[in-house]
Design a protein around this ligand. Sequence first.
Ligand code: NAG
Ligand code: NAG
Length: 335
Amino acid sequence: MATEYKPRKPAWSLRRKLLLIALPLVLVIGLALGLGLGLTLGRDHNDDDSDGDNNGPEPPSTTSPPPSPPPTNGTAWKPAVNSTWQIVLQGAISVPQDAKSVTPDVSIFDIDLFDTSKDTIDTLHRLGKKVICYFSAGTFEPRRPDSGQFKGQDIGKALQDWPDEKWLRLGSEDVRRIMKGRVELAREKGCDGIDPDNVDGYQNDNGLDLTKDDSISFVSYLSNISAQHNLAMGLKNAGDIIPQVLDMVDFSVNEQCVQYAECGTFKPFIDAGKPVFHIEYPDNAGTELGTNTVLHYCGNDGDAEGREGFSTVLKKMDLDGWVEFCDQKVAVTAT
Ligand SMILES: *[C@@H]1O[C@H](CO)[C@@H](O)[C@H](O)[C@H]1NC(C)=O
Ligand SMILES: *[C@@H]1O[C@H](CO)[C@@H](O)[C@H](O)[C@H]1NC(C)=O
C-alpha cells in the first residue's frame, strides 16, 4: 500500500474524558456527604442506564449475558453506495417518540451502541431511517457497562492521545466473547448494522505485538458474528487490509482520507458496490464552512482524488450533532 497511515485520534474522546473526570468526583462527593446521599448518587448513576435500553440498571458484569436471539439466516441490510448519512457519537441523539422528522433528513444514522436507547432506534426506524451502531471493538474503554469483563493480560498500551483508552489483544477468546456480547446488544436494540472501531491496532504502538493478520482475523470473526445476527458491518479506516477483508464487510467508515490524500485506498469499496461513509474534520467545522473548504473536501481531484461516490460529511472532531454536507447544507442533530 502506497499510503502510510498516521494514527488517528479517536474523535469523540472529549466526552469520555469529561465523564472520567466527573464520575470519580460524583462518587467522592457522594461518600463525603454520607452514606444515604452516596447511595442516592450511586443509584442515580445506575439509573442513567448507560446502555440506554430502558431496562433499568445493567446486571453485574459477572453474570452471563442475556440469551441472544436465535441466529438468523435472513439477509442483513446492505447499505447502498452514495447513501446519505449522519454520525453523532457525542451523547445520545434526541428524537421524541412522536417526532414527524429528524434532522438532518438523511437515510442512515451512525450512533453510539451503548448511549442510544432502543426507543430512539425504534423511532428512527419509524421515520424510515437505518441505524448503524458504533462501538470500540479494538480498545478498552473504562466506562462501558461490560468493561469489568476484560482481563489485564489482554490490555495493551494507551492510545497515543487518550491515556484512558487502551489497545486490546484481538486474538483473545475473552475479548472476542465480550465483542460478541456487543454484537448481540446491537441485535437486541434493533440496529441494522455495526461500526466496530479501532480494528487497526497494528498501525500503532500497541504493546501487544498486534499484527495485520491479527486485524484480518478479528474482522473475520466480527463479520461471522454480525452475519449470524443479521447485521451489516463496516470496516473503520484500516486501509491496508481492505484487499483481505473487503468481501467480509458491507461498507467502509473512513476518517480524513482527503486530509491524508488517500481516498483512492478506499475506492475498492465503491467498485464493489459498497458505500464509503467518509468523515473530514475541517478546522472551522461547527460554523458554516466556506465554499473553498467544502470544495476541497468534496472534490474528486487533488487531495480528494478517488473520493468519487463517497458519502462525505464534514464534522467537528468531537462528532457532536453539527454536520455540513457537500451541497453546503448545514444541520444540527439534537442531542
Ligand atoms: C448521490 O447523491 C447525491 C445527493 O444525495 C445526488 O445528488 C447524486 O445525484 C447521487 N449520485 C449518484 C451517482 O447517484
Ligand atoms: C468465519 O467463518 C468462515 C466461514 O465459516 C471461517 O472459514 C472462518 O474461519 C471464520 N473466521 C473466524 C475468525 O472465526
